[in-house]
Ligand binder design. Structure first.
Ligand code: SF4
Length: 244
């Protein structure tokens, strides 16, 4: 190899080493300060915006009530399955009042394939009854009101406030958000309430709703539970769990 070529090769190798070290600094969480984590999280948000600029809730709905029903049914079930079930359910019982008066067995038959159908049916009927008796037939928009409805915990309430009412009351922590936030080194543990608290502290409030939508899309498309596709991941440089 000619001396000039040697120097070029060494310069290239040096550049590669520098990039690799910079990338490792980007993704390292071992000694990351809270400020550094915040900065890294901002970069993650920017990349998510580029990759999923129009991410939105995958549960089909035409009203706050339909979104609430779909979200209750989505526990331990795929959104695709819920979207198959809800058209017949809403055709049979189009309004909150109809659901409040519906025979429990009939609701059970209609939502059976979403799993845990007995509990879910009780929640749907109970939530409808309470919305009719306490809230004049309108789904309430405040977190503390939503939490009084049977079958509604923070995740479901956050979906309704964020997606339908456009209010950021928290971060939706579902299985994708839990798994990927942990892989990204943004949160840890299995307790959704603690994870949500950490993410609320870390992310700007204006991003709470969109972060969940984008991460859920990312979980379905790239960062899958069993085999994350790190090679194709836009966040790989910023992810301490990247296998590339
Ligand atoms: S680099 Fe891999 S583990 Fe990290 S977010 Fe992307 S797919 Fe998931």
């Amino acid at each position: 190899m000619a001396p000039g070529t040697d120097r070029a090769a060494e310069a290239l190798a040096q550049a590669c080493r520098s990039v690799t070290m910079a990338e490792m600094r980007d993704a390292s969480t071992a000694e990351e300060t809270p400020e550094e984590r915040k900065r890294r999280s901002r970069k993650i948000l920017r990349r998510l915006d580029r990759e999923y600029p129009a991410a939105e809730c995958a549960l089909r709905h035409r009203s706050a009530w339909e979104l609430l029903v779909a979200t209750i049914l989505s526990a331990q079930c795929t959104d695709a399955r819920v979207n198959k079930v809800t058209p017949d359910l809403f055709a049979a019982y189009p309004t909150v009042q109809d659901m409040a008066l519906a025979p429990l067995e009939s609701i059970e038959d209609l939502v059976r394939t979403t799993g845990f159908f007995r509990n879910k049916s009780k929640s749907l009927k109970g939530a409808a009854e309470r919305i009719v008796s306490e809230y004049g037939g309108e789904v309430p928009s405040r977190m503390e009101q939503l939490l009084t409805l049977p079958g509604v915990a923070r995740k479901t309430a956050n979906v309704v406030t964020g997606t339908w009412f456009g209010k950021a009351t928290g971060v939706v922590v579902d299985t994708h958000v839990q798994r990927i936030s942990e892989r990204l080194g943004l949160s840890a543990g299995k307790d959704p309430k603690k994870i949500e608290r950490v993410l609320m502290d870390l992310l700007p409030r204006s991003r709470w709703v969109m972060y969940s939508h984008q991460i859920i899309h990312h979980g379905r498309a790239v960062c899958k539970a069993r085999q994350p596709r790190c090679q194709a991941c836009t966040l790989a440089r910023l992810c301490p769990s990247a296998e590339v």
